[in-house]
Design a protein around this ligand. Structure first.
Ligand SMILES: [Zn+2]
Length: 215
């Protein structure tokens, strides 16, 4: 893919995050694999000020190619893209409902079949660690094992995809599921689907084919 096109797609993903209520201000960040390095949103730049040329390239060895400073959260983007060769895009957000659940250090249980969009029967919550640290990367990688999304304790949400569209679709869906779950919790105890019921959903999702982002 042409590098400029990929850079424009990253900005487009940021705009869609803001439009869908996932991001406010400069807290979210987006990355995408680009050959022997990855591209990531710059540090502290609001979406309306981002330009394709201002998207920052970083080597997998941590060498900042530039221009400017990458998001201060680039470490876990790098570590995820390195550890998950099948995933090519990472979306991170402090979206309100996912973050609220993450602040309770609770995972998102199988209260709704769409949980399977993230590849399992829950969305795990990683323990808290300071942003930009190896500890946060390790916690995130463990919570993402076999999954395409996880919550970060006292922090937010990470979603992965084979491309930016998939990562963004999963982030939007998980934020929406967190909202529904918290709403249900306000009036009762949501009924949970069984392991077998979730297995059926996961099998059916996989049957939709590689390019299906949602049923
Ligand atoms: Zn963050």
């Amino acid at each position: 893919m042409q590098p400029l096109l990929l850079r424009a797609q990253i900005i487009d993903a940021c705009r869609r995050m803001e439009a869908s209520g996932l991001n406010r201000g400069t807290s979210g960040n987006v990355s995408c694999r680009d050959g022997d390095h990855f591209l990531i949103t710059p540090s502290g730049v609001p979406v309306d000020k981002m330009t394709p040329a201002g998207i920052v390239a970083v080597g997998f060895d941590g060498h900042v190619i530039g221009p400017g400073k990458p998001s201060s959260e680039w470490h876990f983007h790098r570590d995820i893209l390195q550890s998950r060769p099948d995933m090519h895009a990472v979306v991170h957000t402090h979206s309100p409902h996912a973050t609220a659940l993450a602040c309770l250090h609770e995972e998102l249980p199988p209260f709704h079949y769409m949980i399977a969009i993230a590849g399992g029967d829950s969305v795990r919550c990683a323990p808290y660690a300071l942003f930009g640290t190896e500890a946060l990367s390790m916690h995130a990688l463990a919570a993402l094992d076999g999954r395409k999304a996880c919550l970060l304790g006292n922090h937010g949400l990470i979603a992965l995809g084979r491309d930016l569209d998939e990562a963004l679709a999963i982030a939007i869906e998980i934020e929406s599921l967190c909202e529904q779950y918290l709403l249900a919790r306000q009036v009762g105890k949501p009924a949970l689907l069984s392991e077998a019921q979730m297995r059926d959903v996961i099998d059916k999702f996989q049957g939709y084919g590689r390019n299906a982002h949602s049923p």
